[in-house]
Design a protein around this ligand. Structure first.
Ligand code: ZN
Length: 95
C-alpha cells in the first residue's frame, strides 16, 4: 500500500467526521497522539510504540485530508532522495 492509498483509505473511513471536526481540532488530536507516542517511547513498550506510530500516521493523514494536501506528493516533493536543507543524498547538516 502506498501512502496515497493509505490516505485515501483514511478519507473513506473518517472524512465525514474529520471534515466536521475541522482543522484545529483534528490538529489537536494529532498532537495528542504524538504525546502518546512520546510516552510509549519512554516506557520502551514496542507494541504500544507501534500502535502510537500508527495513530500518529493516521491522524496526520486525516489532517492532510481536511486541508486537501496529498501527503505522498508533498513528502516526495520535499524529500526526493535528498536532504532539503543541505541538498545532499547523505545529509551533511550540522547537528
Ligand atoms: Zn542535510
Amino acid at each position: 500500500m502506498h501512502v496515497h492509498e493509505f490516505q485515501d483509505m483514511m478519507r473513506r473511513i473518517y472524512f465525514h467526521r474529520d471534515s466536521e471536526r475541522a482543522v484545529v481540532r483534528t490538529f489537536n488530536w494529532l498532537v495528542e497522539e504524538v504525546e502518546e507516542l512520546r510516552e510509549a517511547l519512554k516506557e520502551k513498550d514496542n507494541e504500544a510504540i507501534g500502535d502510537e506510530f500508527a495513530d500518529v500516521f493516521a491522524w496526520l493523514a486525516s489532517l492532510a485530508n481536511v486541508v486537501n494536501i496529498d501527503l505522498e506528493k508533498a513528502a516526495i516533493r520535499k524529500y526526493n532522495g535528498r536532504c532539503p536543507k543541505c541538498g545532499q543524498t547523505l545529509c551533511k547538516c550540522p547537528f
